[in-house]
Design a binder for this molecule. Structure first.
Ligand code: SF4
Length: 332
């Protein structure tokens, strides 16, 4: 039976490559639904998906967009990724497999014929080698229904190519980390607003990965804890308690957005200084240690009054700064 309108599901990270992959099939008459996945490691400043460039890209491409939050499933993958981690705590191969499995479900719901991604052969060390791309395709269950338009001419022929739904002359043989061809395609296709490639999610950062490893080790990996740990200085106070201290006014404001009802919040009472949040079980000794850390970042010496709030109750405590070597023993 002839297909009246070809449909594809596109993985849209919000970067240029995924935008170009969409355009490459749109110009062949394919109707595309772009899917932007939310995980807690994206580089959103205020933790809202509205910050994603996926919106402006879809507006420029005149493409439908669906936002799908896979945070909880992603955290399960992160705990024990069958294909391991990259240089830091980034489980790129299993992350891609998860996203493509979800895309396959959407493909069936939408009666689409195939899925596309902006992956480029040899662009990233872990997940974009020829064999990794093959493994991702196999484990996603998509088989030949997965097309990577930017490198399609260098990869195995897919069902849409075999059936002539996609024309070889509108597919590409891009490989490697260079950006020249993508930038010239963007110009040719009138794409003007797109972010410069940032090198993956926050899990590719070494220092942030240490914090995530800390949460993993202490069985505290949750969406809320990851969001809190993205801000400020991170202290492991006890196996059941971590503490985050803002480094500047902007971070203090962002920490304010992450306060949960059970958190204990610390501020200097009169002097200007950081906002800090303690999350987990704490006793009186822990409260004093946290207050002394806040005092350390408030003024160089002498006693400081710290206001401590929890569940609508508040107290003010006068404490001395924690000595530097003690402070360092908690810092991660
Ligand atoms: S960099 Fe992050 S979001 Fe991108 S594939 Fe790797 S784990 Fe997934």
């Amino acid at each position: 039976m002839a297909i009246e309108q070809l449909k594809a599901i596109a993985l849209l990270s919000g970067g240029l490559d995924s935008a170009l992959a969409i355009k490459a099939v749109q110009i062949q008459g394919v109707d595309v639904l772009a899917v932007h996945y939310v995980i807690p490691f994206l580089r959103y400043e205020h933790e809202t998906v509205c910050e994603s460039s996926a919106y402006s890209i879809c507006a420029q491409l005149d493409c439908r967009l669906r936002i799908v939050d896979i945070s909880e499933e992603f955290l399960e993958v992160l705990k024990n990724p069958p294909h391991g981690y990259g240089r830091n705590l980034n489980p790129c191969i299993d992350c891609k497999i998860l996203m493509l499995k979800k895309a396959k479900e959407i493909m069936h719901q939408e009666r689409a014929q195939f899925v596309i991604t902006g992956e480029v052969l040899n662009q990233r060390p872990m997940s974009q080698h020829f064999r990794s791309l093959q493994e991702i395709e196999k484990k996603s269950g998509l088989g030949g229904a997965l097309v990577r338009p930017l490198s399609a001419l260098l990869l195995s022929v897919t069902i849409p190519q075999e059936k002539g739904w996609l024309d070889q002359k509108h597919l590409f043989d891009i490989s490697g980390r260079g950006r020249t061809r993508q930038i010239s395609l963007a110009k040719e296709w009138g794409l003007i607003e797109y972010p410069w490639p940032g090198g993956g999610c926050r899990l590719t950062d070494a220092s942030f990965s240490q914090r995530v490893a800390d949460l993993l080790t202490h069985d505290a990996l949750s969406v809320a804890n990851v969001k809190l740990s993205k801000r400020g200085r991170f202290f492991r106070m006890t196996p059941e308690l971590f503490f985050v201290v803002g480094r500047n006014e902007k971070e203090n404001g962002m920490l304010g957005e992450q306060i949960h009802p059970d958190d204990t919040v610390f501020y200097p009472y009169i002097l200007p200084g950081p906002t800090a949040i303690a999350r987990g079980k704490m006793n009186d000794e822990d409260i004093i240690s946290c207050a002394r850390i806040v005092a350390r970042y408030t003024q160089p010496q002498g006693a400081v009054e710290i206001k401590i709030t929890k569940n609508g109750t508040e107290q003010v405590m006068s404490v001395s700064q924690l000595p530097q070597d003690e402070l360092k023993s908690f810092l991660r």
